[in-house]
Each structure stands twice: as structure tokens, then as C-alpha cells.
Design a protein around this ligand. Structure first.
Ligand SMILES: Nc1nc2c(ncn2[C@@H]2O[C@H](COP(=O)(O)OP(=O)(O)OP(=O)(O)O)[C@@H](O)[C@H]2O)c(=O)[nH]1
Ligand SMILES: [Mg+2]
Length: 218
């Protein structure tokens, strides 16, 4: 048992070392980068699809899409206007890790871009444990998932730099207790910047886009 824990720790520290290398590389190129995490279907690819048309005339954007088996999401990002869209097939793994992002960065001339959006695999547990080396971690919660998710998946909510509450167009139809949700978030991640929005209607997208623009001009 003790040995198993030490192996896990070694894997994570090896990952962290490579994440630092990724970070240095992204920084040196002057690119702002985000790691988009969420449960399956929360709207990661939809957010990328909505963001690209609003920013593609202002900045050059690359997308790295993690997926267990398909290139469907990378294809959607390319169709929405990403200058470059790279598919990373995790071969069944439930998360991206720093090695996988490293491989994707090897295919990119980072100096050609202002913003790098990484879509992690849909999962509310594993992605939180593997740093990639991006500047900001962004979690997308969506209202049909239920308001109890911060309580059930604290590791994910604790570590993120920004929180999107997606699918607010569905609030009239689902039983989502916003106060309960926000209280759970506040306990884990006090003051985290939060963007309620709808990728369906576009409501709330302005604040998210402004946050990206502000950070990209670091
Ligand atoms: N009503 C509504 N539906 C949405 C919204 N955003 C996304 N969806 C729908 O939710 C479903 C899943 O969206 P995706 O963007 O594929 O979700 P994802 O997080 O990328 O999913 P995985 O990559 O499979 O984990 C799709 O049918 C979207 O059309 C929204 O704001 N409102
Ligand atoms: Mg997706």
C-alpha cells in the first residue's frame, strides 16, 4: 500500500516537472493559455465554438482537444475558426497530462499564436490532478448537472482560476439551486471569478470574452 502511494507521487511529480517545462515554453512564446475542464457534456467544445468567432479577428487562436477516442471536438473547433486545432487521443486515459500537452506543443509554432485553449477530457476527478503547464484552469459547470457538484467533486472546484456556469438558458426547466451551488464553491474557492452564461443563447459571453482579452494582453 505504502509503495503504491509512492509510485503515484512519483508519477505526479514527473508530470509537474514536465508541466513546468510546458509553462516556460508557452510563456516564452507570449501566449496566454487555458485548461478547460468539465464533466462530459457540460459544454467545453460549445464554449470553444462560441468563443472563436468572437475573438478570431482580434487574436490568433490554437486549440488542443483531448479526447479518449475521437477527433469530433477538434473537428468542431476547426470548423468554428481555430487557426490550428490539434487532436490528442488519450488512448483511454480519463485526463490530459503534461506529456500529452508536450506532444501537442511540439506540433505548434507557439509564437504564431496569442491564445491557446486546451479542452481536457470530460471528467470531474482526474484532470484536476494533472497539471499541464497552462496559465489558468477554467472549470465549466452546467446547470443540468445539479447544484451539488462542488460538494461531491471538491478537488476540481478547489484548484480552478475561473468558473463558468453554462446552460443558464435551462434554469427555468431544471431544479438548480444557485445559492446552494455558490455556497459550495465559495467554501472551496473563495472569490473565484465566475461567469454564468449560455452557449446556446450567447447570454453572458461578453464577460467571459473580456476576461480572455484582458489576460491575453499580459
Ligand atoms: N441548452 C443548452 N445546451 C448546451 C449549452 N452548451 C452546450 N449545450 C449542449 O450540450 C451538449 C454537450 O455540449 P459539448 O460542447 O459537446 O460538451 P463537452 O463538454 O465538450 O462534451 P465532451 O467533450 O463529450 O465532454 C450539446 O448537445 C450542446 O449543444 C447551453 O448553453 N445551453
Ligand atoms: Mg467536447
Amino acid at each position: 500500500m505504502t509503495e503504491r502511494i509512492s509510485i503515484v507521487e512519483n508519477i505526479l511529480s514527473a508530470n509537474d516537472r514536465l508541466a513546468e517545462e510546458n509553462h516556460a515554453r508557452i510563456n516564452a512564446a507570449g501566449v496566454f493559455s487555458i485548461n478547460l475542464m468539465a464533466s462530459p457534456g457540460a459544454g467545453k467544445t460549445s464554449l470553444i465554438e462560441q468563443t472563436l468567432p468572437l475573438l478570431k479577428d482580434k487574436m490568433r487562436i490554437a486549440v488542443v482537444d483531448g479526447d479518449i477516442a475521437t477527433s469530433l471536438d477538434a473537428d468542431r473547433a476547426a470548423a468554428a475558426g481555430a487557426q490550428v486545432s490539434i487532436q490528442v487521443n488519450t488512448g483511454g486515459e480519463c485526463h490530459l497530462d503534461a506529456v500529452m500537452l508536450h506532444g501537442a506543443l511540439n506540433q505548434l509554432d507557439l509564437t504564431r499564436f496569442d491564445l491557446l485553449m486546451v479542452e481536457n477530457v470530460g471528467n470531474l476527478v482526474c484532470p484536476a490532478e494533472f497539471r499541464l503547464g497552462t496559465h489558468k484552469s477554467v472549470l465549466i459547470a452546467s446547470v443540468p448537472e445539479g447544484a451539488d457538484k462542488p460538494y461531491k467533486y471538491p478537488g476540481m472546484y478547489r484548484g480552478v482560476d475561473a468558473l463558468i456556469i453554462n446552460k443558464i438558458d435551462l434554469l427555468p426547466y431544471v431544479n438548480f439551486d444557485m445559492d446552494y451551488f455558490r455556497h459550495g464553491v465559495e467554501v472551496l474557492n473563495p472569490g473565484v471569478i465566475t461567469f454564468p452564461l449560455s452557449c446556446r443563447t450567447g447570454d453572458g459571453m461578453d464577460a467571459w470574452i473580456n476576461w480572455l482579452i484582458k489576460n491575453t494582453k499580459r
